[in-house]
Ligand binder design. Structure first.
Ligand code: CAO
Length: 441
């Protein structure tokens, strides 16, 4: 049987490109137009298709090789090159070049028109069925589909003779995302009648807001995008419950004010958050399951007390971590917190300074509000939300007394923690905050 040399076709503006992917190996049977290798320039990547049908005898390139127009990619033991022009040729003419595709699939530009070398042997423009298992699409469109995970054989081609275009792949993706269509794989997984495992949600409402008034579009910051994905996962995957409570911090606040007066010259300012960190450590020691993580069927109980605190920055929410808070005093915690908060606002926190928390506190006390439902910072199992303290009338059994009350909102993972334990945690936290000597017990 004739050996066919398959060469790199005219690849346009690129003199030399690197081989970044080998898509076939010796022994593979290939069809005309099937992609053989992926090459990449500094601007784009593209696939080099086969000019003929046959069995791969030998690859002539390896990963990292530089190739150019005319470089032999592989030898095919051929059934013949695609198209009459090359039938029987010992050395098949170069195949149709693949269109360039930008590396980032999601932002891939519309396909550039396929540039066809006049002498190239093109794959016959037959519908997918006659071409065997391969859907009828250009290599660039196949690459685009592969990057998006689109099953090309489920896409209806609207190009000439049913050829699948990039627009077809995009339209298919849109219809799957909007819920108007489903892939065979997803349909096979979904329980009959939509049993709930696949959420069965309505598509996200698509509204042309300009119909209702002027608008401005802004890109989300990098931090917002990252925290959005994390928050969404945590919200969906953790069965959250939030217990609200109040702690009487009248004496503690008086002590804090006095402490700040005494330390005026040191430059260290103590806020309620430092006391909350210490009080939470005491509560975590008393209720260790709040200082744990789920790992399959096991609970990992941490013997360290690293407390994260949510910090509001111009670019979004970040959570720096006070390590070993059990071993630090209020002043040391206050100082570290103000340094970390400054770094957070300046966008200078290192990844290490945001890792390893075993419990998180989100304080809106400096801003206001009463209660909220903080989202647990996975893989932690609980988070304490704190709002602004206010003086309230509290009945002491004989009369109302003005007491400074701190609103607490504890969200907990119901897979790990029960309601009774959460109520006890809050009650204990309240006791510690109302009489801080309890921290020592
Ligand atoms: N009740 C009443 N006043 C409070 C208070 C509370 N619970 N907590 C803090 N305050 C006061 C402070 O004493 C301070 O008062 P002065 O200005 O009179 O000294 C003022 O509020 C501002 O405090 P602060 O916010 O600068 O300091 P902090 O230690 O309480 O908080 C930090 C530091 C970094 C956590 C905070 O600045 C921050 O970013 N909070 C937002 C966290 C957040 O966004 N959480 C939401 C997450 S869910 O989306």
């Amino acid at each position: 049987m004739a050996l066919i040399e398959v060469k790199v076709p005219d690849i346009g503006d690129f003199d030399e490109v690197s081989v970044i992917e080998l898509l076939v190996k010796p022994g593979d049977t290939v069809k005309p137009e099937q992609s053989l290798i992926t090459v990449e320039s500094d601007k784009a990547s593209m696939e080099i298709p086969s000019s003929a049908a046959g069995v791969v005898k030998e690859l002539k390139v390896k990963l990292g090789d530089k190739v150019a127009q005319g470089t032999v990619v592989l030898l095919l033991e051929g059934e013949g090159a695609a198209g009459a022009a090359s039938a029987g040729a010992a050395s098949a003419p170069t195949a149709a070049p693949a269109a360039a595709v930008a590396s980032a699939a999601v932002v891939a530009p519309p396909p550039q028109p396929e540039r066809v070398a006049p002498t190239a042997a093109l794959a016959p423009q037959a519908p997918a069925e006659s071409a065997g298992a391969l859907p009828h699409a250009s290599p660039s469109v196949r690459k685009f589909a592969r990057e998006l995970g689109v099953p090309l054989d489920e896409v209806k081609g609207t190009g000439p003779k049913g050829r699948i275009t990039q627009d077809d792949v995009q339209a298919f993706t849109k219809s799957v995302m909007s819920g108007a269509a489903t892939t065979r794989a997803a349909a096979a997984k979904a329980p009959a009648g939509g049993g709930g495992a696949g959420l069965d949600l309505l598509p996200w409402p698509k509204v042309d807001f300009t119909k209702f008034g002027p608008i401005e579009r802004r890109d989300l910051s990098r931090i917002k995008k990252i925290s959005a994905s994390n928050l969404h996962r945590n919200w969906v995957m953790i069965p959250h419950v939030t217990n609200h409570d109040d702690a009487d911090i009248t004496e503690l606040e008086a002590f804090r004010v006095q402490l700040n007066k005494e330390n005026e010259k040191s430059g260290i300012k103590v806020t309620m958050l430092a006391f909350l960190i210490k009080a939470c450590v005491a509560a975590l020691k008393k209720f260790p399951e709040f200082n744990s993580s789920l790992d399959g069927d096991q609970l990992v109980l941490k013997q360290y007390f690293h407390i994260g605190f949510a910090a509001d920055t111009p670019n979004g929410l970040v959570v720096p971590v006070i390590r070993d808070a059990d071993k630090k005093g209020i002043l040391a915690i206050s100082q570290e917190m103000s340094e970390l908060a400054k770094k957070a606002r300046d966008g200078k926190l290192t990844p290490g300074e945001m890792q390893g928390a075993s419990f998180t506190i989100s304080s809106l006390g400096g801003i206001g509000g009463r209660y909220f439902t903080p989202i647990i910072n996975a893989p932690e199992v609980a988070i304490l939300g704190v709002c602004k303290s206010q003086t309230e009338p509290v009945w002491d059994g004989k009369q109302f007394q003005p007491r400074l009350m701190l609103p607490l909102s504890l969200s907990w993972d119901h897979r790990v923690i029960d309601g009774a334990a959460a109520a006890r945690f809050n009650v204990y936290l309240g006791q510690v905050l109302s009489d801080f000597r309890r921290v020592m017990l």
